[in-house]
Design a protein around this ligand. Structure first.
Ligand SMILES: [Zn+2]
Length: 183
């Protein structure tokens, strides 16, 4: 399968993730620079990532874009579940980037810090990962959830703040939101 075919396949999965969790906002058609295009664009590259990651999200000139690396940083084939969890991860970045109220006084602290991996990110990402785990066979998806938790731990720990905002208890949708918003 070449990169374009893989991109088309992943585009379909991104559409499903979008329909299930993002109100079909991310992949709807909008007017772009070269006519109608999907709001969030996706591309696949054979370039090896510099570290152990599989995708990136960035606001580019052509629009909000997800870039997927088809090989690992050790030049091995990436596997399906990793692609899927990466699409979820990058969708969360895209959604927050496009739809958050950037004028909100807590926007930096809740969304932007730690390269966009602040608490709102983990609320969304963890919620969706847990939902997919509930809908699928846990043995297939369990490792992705474990990877998410260790990624969360290493990111929140990196700047010597293992932070209560990084723990599952704190970012479960109801618990976290109700506490912060009631202040
Ligand atoms: Zn990220």
């Amino acid at each position: 399968m070449d990169n374009e075919k893989l991109r088309d396949e992943l585009q379909n999965y991104l559409g499903d993730i979008d329909d299930l969790f993002f109100f079909s906002l991310l992949t709807r058609k909008v007017k772009g620079k070269s006519g109608m295009q999907k709001l969030v664009l996706i591309s696949v590259t054979s370039e090896l990532p510099k570290r152990d990651y599989c995708g990136t999200y960035k606001m580019r000139d052509i629009g909000p874009s997800i870039r997927i690396h088809r090989y690992t940083h050790e030049d091995k084939h990436q596997y399906f579940e990793r692609f899927l969890s990466t699409l979820v991860h990058e969708s969360c970045h895209a959604y927050l980037d496009i739809f958050c109220d950037k004028r909100h006084s807590k926007h930096q602290e809740w969304v932007c810090d730690y390269d966009g991996h602040r608490k709102m990110f983990w609320v969304l990402f963890r919620f969706i990962m847990q939902k997919i785990k509930a809908y699928t066979k846990p043995e297939a998806w369990g490792n992705q959830v474990k990877d998410m938790e260790s990624e969360c731990f290493s990111i929140t720990k990196r700047k010597s703040q293992p932070g209560e905002w990084g723990t599952p208890e704190c970012t479960l949708m109801g618990g976290f939101l109700s506490r912060e918003y009631s202040k």
